[in-house]
Design a protein. Sequence first.
Length: 359
Amino acid sequence: MNESQTTADAGPRISPERLRDFVAAVYRSASVPAEDAHFVADTLVQADLWGHQSHGVLRLAWYYARLRSGAMKPVTAPETVLDGGAVAVLDAKDGVGQIVARHATEDAVRRAKKHGVGVVSVRNSNHFGTCMYFTGMGAQQGCITLLTTNGGPNMAPWGGMKKMIGTNPWSVSAPAGRFPPMVMDVANSGVARGKIFLAQQRREPIPDTWAIDASGSPTTDPLAALEGFILPMAGHKGYAIGVIVDMLSGVLSGSAFLDDVHGPYDPVNRSGAGHFFVAFNVEAFQPRAQFDARMEEYIERLKSVPVAPGYDEVFYPGEIEARNDAKHRKEGLYLPQDTLADLAKVAHMAGIENFSLTD
């Protein structure tokens, strides 16, 4: 789902650079070190640049509330509790999720460069935004990178009527020669919870296939969907994948799982989120130049198929995001008015006066 907006249904043109500076200032006001604050700001604004507003600055107020309550610690200092060569286990100690994920990605890549594969399991972390930001970091270092994470409960077990399982996203990214990286980033629900929040902010109905209300009936009302249950993608298959992601992220890491995990929407409780990072060094499998050439051929053959009615072009996974990024860096961002109003409230709470997000 492309969440990019036009001037017809959003607010004024926003400068990505000013938006990044503003978000960083909010994090600094909550005692997050300056370098970390800038990095987190980049991850949030990057989601908007990719066209995924559900995971962009829309989430700033939620993260800020968790910092203010102490549920998420402003200074991130993960501890390696197991170092097994190619495998490591980190205790994030309730640090900022994006900083934890950066550390784990870099660690997995470092281990992969030495052993061919690097696996880092993370416990006691927090929500970190888009998975693809971090798998993309691995791809830029010549590694095919896989990442899973669990989250607060939004889905019921297949056939059940109680929220137990998060949308539990996972991502895989690979270098692609002269093309931007090939990247998959999907929730195991039919739609990420953030997309329902975005529909609520845009005051738009949602498809009746996204969620059911608390009584079990299909709904097009975002609020009723948030109070009810998000549906798994592909029925029981999405449920099964969500369970496996929770097992890898929560059970294996020694972190929380099922409804013991608290998502970013909870302002006061420790998250307990767990993550699972795997990096595969391409050079351990074949020469990088050979792999790049094969990836370029793969993409070219995908894009060369006849186009179906109603479509202008075939895209490979990650291509739309790369194009959105280039477009929004040139033209600026357009955010829903409700998102802009939320940012103004955060600015007031953070003591940031006279800020401007426009050029």
